[in-house]
Structure formats: C-alpha cells, structure tokens
Design a protein around this ligand. Structure first.
Ligand SMILES: [Zn+2]
Ligand SMILES: [Zn+2]
Length: 110
C-alpha cells in the first residue's frame, strides 16, 4: 500500500510499458515505482546478509585454528586455539586471541 505524499489518498499501481508507476487518483501525483523498489531491495539485502555471514565464517574456522599451550583464565585448561588480528592502524602490533579448547572461553593477549 502506498499513500500520496501530496494529499494522503491511496495510490494505485499501473503499468506504463516496462515501467510500473503509482498514481494518485485524487490529485494526479505519480511516481516511478520500479526504479525505487530496485534500489531499496539492494540496500536491504546488504544489511541482512553481512553480519550473519561474518559470524558463520569465524565459527567454521575455529576447528582448523592452530593450538597452543596457554592457560585458560576461566577453567584452567592448558590448551587453546589462537589467531592474530591486525588492528586498524598498520603500525600497531597485531593482537593475539585465544580460545579455550575445553570451555570455549575467548580472551586476548595483553
Ligand atoms: Zn494525491
Ligand atoms: Zn576454559
């Protein structure tokens, strides 16, 4: 449902060749609907996909990460997966992260 921004009446969609336009029956205001819907759809898809995909990638990689002898501060286990992350500015050293193989607790090296 679309309402006219000019007078608030219900707007009716109609075909004009390859275009879909919506027209207000009351004041004659019309908009090219097909163009707007495409751009809206692309933006929506970007937002809903990226955070979820990133999460899945990280979870999948955990089992293939190298292990090291590092004590978990939470449960005291002496084995942890580790990986490095580069901080935003290139001249800072990268940060090491650990994840306990027993309880899954994740921490960073200081
Ligand atoms: Zn109108
Ligand atoms: Zn642990």
């Amino acid at each position: 449902m679309e309402f006219c921004p000019e007078c608030g009446s219900l707007m009716m969609p109609s075909k004009k060749g390859s275009l879909t336009i919506i027209t207000c029956k009351k004041c004659g205001y019309c908009r090219d609907l097909s163009k707007e819907d495409k751009s809206k759809f692309v933006v929506k898809e970007k937002i809903s996909h990226s955070p979820k995909d990133k999460l899945i990638v990280i979870e999948d990689k955990v089992d293939t990460l190298p292990k090291t002898r590092e004590q978990c501060p939470k449960c005291g286990n002496f084995e942890a997966y580790w990986w490095e992350l580069q901080t935003r500015s290139g001249d800072e050293p990268s940060t090491k992260f650990y994840r306990c193989t027993r309880c899954g607790h994740t921490w960073r090296e200081y």
